[in-house]
Design a protein around this ligand. Sequence first.
Ligand code: URA
Length: 433
Amino acid sequence: MRMVDVITKKRDGHELSDKEIEFFVKGYVEGKIPDYQVSALLMAILFKGMSDREIVTLTDLMEHSGDVMDLSSVKGVTVDKHSTGGVGDKTTLALGPMVAACGAVLAKMSGRGLGHTGGTLDKLESIPGLNVFVSEEHFLKQVNDIGIAVVGQTGTLVPADKKLYALRDVTGTVESTPLIASSVMSKKLASGSHCILLDVKFGNGAFMKDIESAKHLATIMCKIGNALGRDTRAVLTDMDQPLGFAVGNSLEVKEAIATLHGKGPKDFTELCLRSGAIMLEQAKIAKNEEEALKMLHKVIEDGSAFNKFKEMVKAQGGDVSYIDHPEKFEVSKNVVEIRASKAGYVKQIEALRIGENAMRLGAGRETFDDVIDMSAGIVLAKKVGDKVNVGDLLCTAYTNKDEYAEVMKDIKEAFVIVDEFVKVPPTVHDYIR
Ligand code: URA
């Protein structure tokens, strides 16, 4: 087989056979096919697309290009969730303990943040002492002992995605739906859980800018997961404004703790409850969503979800006194209130702009080597649909940087205030299974 024939076949809009897909994935990982030929194929895929069969084959080969996590020693049904990336998305921190307190098993590998989206690992590391890089043995024991662990990736999971993603990044081929779907799903499948819930975000702060493209991506990812033997479902959620109020590492941990106490923001709580209910149904712990919601409300009310989070923090070496007393988290030296100079209703809070400005305040990384300021970020005081009077607090910004005037101006401009009444939008727009 010759790579040039595989490229021209896709260029001319034909379906590749399983053997041809295997030839290019294995050949590329083993270093036998050069970047320039794989670049040409990726561009052909971007323009001509892939059939469902081609995408499933590609994902399966990518998943098995390196180690796969063996969760067979874990007792119970394992569930995993994945968000396509948002601003203020601290869902794992609250949702994980909620479903674990109901008996589901969350053996989760998470990532770091880059650019305007934060990473769960960074958020967890804002808890003093907490270690996200535990051994595989520790990970499996923790999951079996307490039903939840959220850690960084161990071993060499999905090397094909590492190589392909790096190449896509520099060849203008990131935006191909089959390539995004196979990239995300190969990693989720290699993490080994029985059930996967995808949170596919759309809107200003998301990868997918509108609901149609999010739905298309979610449908393909569900098809891949289900075809490869995992119960895979997806929720489509709004990212036209940040999720909840807090954006920034320790600020988000504090908000997750409040949510576990039943005192979280409405949109964030809604997302955790809806996602949790689907996960409990997937794990066959609840018969239906209604029964699952009752269970979730109960573990919040009786404190067992909060205690589960404390157990996880303790098991990973974190100082639980910060969980009991969130006021112990360090506060940035500059705390700046941003107030409205126009009255009306909040129509939009540009999530991308808020995420980028939180990063400029120190909460995120522009490059992988940047060091994060755990206390930096933004806490919203208003959400879309809220009424605003002149002088009302829109949000509070936290930073240890000394030069921040420009950033504050930009944060204020992220709030779009209009004269007409604005309806509060739903958080979860659709559910795909
Ligand atoms: N996230 C991924 O993991 N892969 C993509 O291709 C895009 C987003």
